[in-house]
Design a protein around this ligand. Structure first.
Ligand code: ANZ
Ligand code: ZN
Length: 863
């Protein structure tokens, strides 16, 4: 807008560089964000997933923390006692990698990263309670985690057993299934091996049912996250069913028990399949070298579900036969198959090719045929056949003896009842969720507080001896876990018998560290206890948790388990840690490549836009650069922008405003220089408008009415949208108000109205652009800090619409809309309707026999 009729005045540009540190200091001095536990106001706990201290914050952090900060500042203004803490998820592999690659000490590396990232976060002006800061690698934090481990052990929530693990032979560590990609270690790329190791487990599967049903109550979680958790927990109702072996080999059991969710399809069975690690396979293998080789081949696929799902279905015919439970003369072949997992159900299945795609693929490969036993309702049973695609839906039973004609549900029940009656089957509820193996063969993690003694076995470290601290001096010159070979650290007397013993050298999965930090934040100063029951029960559940969708399953599930385990050990009276969850989208950016095909940083690129034709040039060389697709920011593609650069050139408020404004928060936002510049122009525009409002001396009262209405409308809309975390819509409402203020100032609004509207504008931007807001607050001559001010009240009377638009129907068909004053009576509405041009045209000269006015809703004309 370049109209010169506006009250033009020279106003100095807003200088973020000067202003932002000043206000940050003012907040710190006023200790505004240091939260007390004993405060009479209602509590509100807002938390963003704490960062891993990699060294620098990235734009994704900026978006995540800006969102949380909007909520925190808004809730504070609404009169809540807000808890908004920050900490560091500080253990983990990258510190060890840095130690190996750069010969730095993992501790020093981590703490240096924390220091620089803390400075970066502080430059964003976040309303964080830094007095509660925690780092999980502090023994002040992990000593409590060790105590929790021991208490869980005491309560039977921890167990120790051997388990098959994915072993990375290069990194010398156990990998989670998620860390195995196409059978290789995610970091090393080495072919993963299967190994048996003695491990510590948290017995999360004991809580499978509770973790599942608890999801129903989490109404403020995204439905997709609840669904992902449901699938992960994976509850199945089925049957454990025993098949008798027709020819049991010597020294083995005389039958095989399968788990099936489809006993209704039993008459369609064509084979039995057992896992490569099934005891029966193990019993046969020593005398059968080809079977032995096949078993080893299966092991190489690993235990990752994705790998199993995509691998070709392979089997080995053992030559054994089982008898069908409903017909002893009917024998089925027994295969060892690579798609059957020992870890699920009983490690054995019956294969029904017609109704399970995997079984069909397998059967087609080995020529085992199929018998359809479920006929879809829309098919003719006489001609229904299966060739390449299994039918896994419902229908009527066919080819199934006494089940024929039943629905699948009824057939399930009839089969289960009869087999249970015969004592060969048992109804079973099966969960996919496995216990959580927490042992990691790594240095940079929380030591498991156990001492192994030859005669006493694993002995808990006495609580008085905690923490078991990590040794400071480490060397990574040889592969493997340095703790294992640190004799001075490892060799200790047994706490029970005093004999020479050795410390457990495994450390805990870093997911343990992040499973209870939100509880520690409620009383992080406690030295002799992990938390305080009163503080935990007061603050939890977290009212609003914000983070990435990548944590939708494990982190959230483990935290939900931990909360329950802390409940069992008396540390908490609550079960669910996060009442509200929001998963924000990513920040994405264009990619750039030079003529040689090398990626180029956005900071090195100058963009030109001629008539919609965008071209890119290298700033240094002037050479043309090709513009590639928009992708998630990643170092490898160099499509990253550094928050520090943005803050240095435009200020934190611009960066915050931009990441909040451009798209719905749950969706990805495309970072563009143009977008950032647009945000920056708005910063300047707000500054200018507020300064104009502060000195306005107009006399036009008609301009006031419109302005007041716009201000209160924006206020009401922002309230509604902040509560729903629709920040981009808040931004739109604020733009609308800025336009209205601009217009009203040009039209000569009076000081009173301009001041009120400018004040509201400042309070609306305060959660998003807190520094600019303080500066404006001061320019308006308001007292104190806007960060301390309470939220303005909406004047509801101003929101009532002056006019309403009603549909007009003629003989039941909508023909027109008429706009009338909101308070108009029936006669006035009728008159306005009949006078309306469109209505008159539609009437074609006829006079209505009847006019029915339904106030506020509709007008019906009968002709
Ligand atoms: C016979 C059958 C017929 C099956 C049919 C399915 C369809 P969910 O829902 O995931 O619990 N299964 C059982 N244990 C297995 C294991 N250890 N490894 C691989 N597959 C296994 O799946 C249960 C079904 O998965 C079971 O029901 C079994 O195949 C298979 F038309 O039994 B079904
Ligand atoms: Zn001992």
């Amino acid at each position: 807008m370049t109209s010169t009729s506006a009250p033009d005045r020279q106003i100095e540009r807003y200088n973020a560089k000067d202003s932002e540190p000043r206000w940050q200091q003012a907040w710190t001095q006023a200790r505004l964000f240091e939260t007390k536990n004993d405060d009479g106001r209602p509590k509100y706990y807002v938390l963003e997933m704490f960062p891993y201290p990699s060294g620098r914050i990235h734009v994704g952090h900026v978006r995540n923390y800006a969102m949380g900060d909007v909520v925190a500042r808004y809730k504070r203004a609404r009169g809540f006692n807000v808890l908004h803490p920050m900490g560091w998820d500080a253990f983990g592999l990258p510190a060890e990698n840095a130690a190996m690659e750069r010969k730095v000490n993992p501790r020093e590396w981590t703490y240096a990263n924390i220091a620089s990232m803390r400075t970066q976060l502080q430059s964003m002006g976040l309303s964080l309670d830094w007095s509660r800061e925690i780092a999980t690698c502090d023994s002040d934090y992990y000593k409590h985690q060790q105590r929790l481990f021991l208490e869980f052990l005491d309560k039977g929530l921890v167990s120790r057993r051997t388990a098959k693990v994915n072993w990375d032979p290069v990194d010398h560590t156990v990998l989670a299934n998620e860390q195995v990609i196409d059978g290789r270690g995610w970091r090393s790329g080495a072919l993963v091996e299967q190994r048996e190791l003695t491990q510590w487990f948290f017995r999360i599967s004991d809580f499978a049912d509770e973790l599942l049903t608890g999801l129903d109550g989490l109404e403020r979680w995204p439905e997709k996250v609840r669904l992902m958790q449901r699938n992960w927990i994976g509850r199945s109702e089925g049957l454990e069913l025993r098949f008798a072996l027709a020819n049991p080999p010597a020294g083995t059991e005389d039958g095989v028990t399968v788990f099936t969710t489809r006993p209704d399809t039993l008459f369609g069975a064509r084979f039995l399949a057992i896992a490569a690690d099934h005891p029966l396979a193990a019993a046969l293998a020593p005398s059968r070298p080809e079977l032995q080789a096949f078993i080893e081949e299966c092991r190489r696929i690993g235990t990752a579900q994705a790998a199993i799902d995509t691998a070709e279905k392979l089997g080995f015919d053992t030559g054994l036969k089982v008898r069908h439970p409903f017909d002893p003369s009917w024998e089925l072949p027994v295969y060892v198959a690579n798609f059957v997992l020992m870890e699920y159900g009983t490690g054995a299945v019956f294969g029904c090719p017609a109704h399970d795609q995997r079984d069909l693929d397998f059967s087609n490969k080995y020529g085992l045929g199929n018998t359809p036993v479920v006929c879809p309702e829309d098919q003719d049973p006489a001609t229904f056949t299966i060739t390449d695609t299994a039918y896994d839906g419902d229908g009527r039973m066919i080819n199934s003896c006494f089940l024929d004609g039943m629905t699948t549900d009824a057939a399930f029940k009839a089969t289960a009842d009869r087999l249970e009656g015969e004592g060969v089957a048992k109804r079973k509820i099966q969960f996919r969720l496995r216990d959580w193996g927490v042992s990691r063969q790594r240095y940079w993690g929380c030591p498991i507080p156990i001492i192994h003694c030859e005669s006493c076995g694993p002995v808990p470290v006495p609580v008085a001896d905690l923490p078991v601290k990590l040794p400071d001096e480490v060397s990574f010159d040889v592969p493997g876990n340095p703790l294992e070979r640190d004799a001075a650290w490892r060799n200790v007397p047994c706490p029970r018998c005093g004999a020479a013993a050795r410390r457990e050298s495994d450390t805990m999965d870093t997911f343990v560290d992040s499973s209870w930090y939100y509880a520690r934040f409620t009383a992080p100063w406690l030295q002799d206890a992990p938390t305080d029951r009163g503080a935990v029960d007061h603050w939890l559940a977290v009212d609003q948790y914000i983070g990435g969708i990548e944590h939708a399953i494990l982190h959230l599930l483990y935290s939900r388990f931990f909360m329950r385990a802390m409940r069992e050990t008396g540390w908490a009276g609550v079960s669910e840690p996060f009442a509200g969850l929001f998963t924000q989208g990513m920040v994405v950016h264009e990619t750039y490549k030079d003529a040689a095909g090398a990626w180029v940083l956005p900071a090195e690129v100058r963009l030109e836009n001629e008539g919609g034709n965008r071209r890119a040039f290298h700033i240094g060389t002037g050479a043309e650069i090709s513009i590639g697709s928009i992708e998630k920011m990643s170092k490898s593609k160099k499509n990253v922008v550094d928050p520090d650069d943005i803050i240095a050139s435009y200020g934190a408020d611009t960066a915050r405003w931009f990441v909040l404004s451009d798209s719905p928060p749950e969706r990805d936002v495309i970072w563009t220089e143009e977008g950032v510049q647009g945000a920056h122009r708005f910063v300047q525009r707000v500054w200018r408008l507020v300064n104009l409002a502060a000195v306005s001396n107009g006399q036009t009262q008609s301009a006031d009415a419109a302005l007041r209405k716009a201000a209160h409308k924006a206020l009401a809309s922002v309230e509604e949208d902040i509560e729903r975390l629709r920040f981009n819509r808040c931004v739109a409402h604020i733009y609308t108000l800025a336009n209205a203020l601009d217009e009203a100032l040009r039209a000569g609004a009076t000081r009173g109205a301009a001041d009120e509207a400018a004040g509201i504008l400042v309070q609306l931007i305060a959660p998003m652009m807190p520094h600019l807001a303080e500066e404006c607050w001061q320019a308006l001559g308001r007292k104190g800090l806007v960060a301390e001010a309470s939220w303005p009240d909406v004047e509801r009377a101003l929101l009532v619409e002056d006019e309403i638009t009603l549909p007009v129907q003629i003989n039941g068909k909508k023909r027109a809309d008429v706009t009338v004053p909101a308070g108009a009576d029936k006669a006035a509405v009728e008159a306005a309707t009949l006078a309306d041009e469109v209505v008159q045209k539609a009437l074609e000269g006829r006079t209505p026999k009847k006019v029915i006015v339904v106030p506020g809703r509709i007008i019906n004309l009968v002709v």
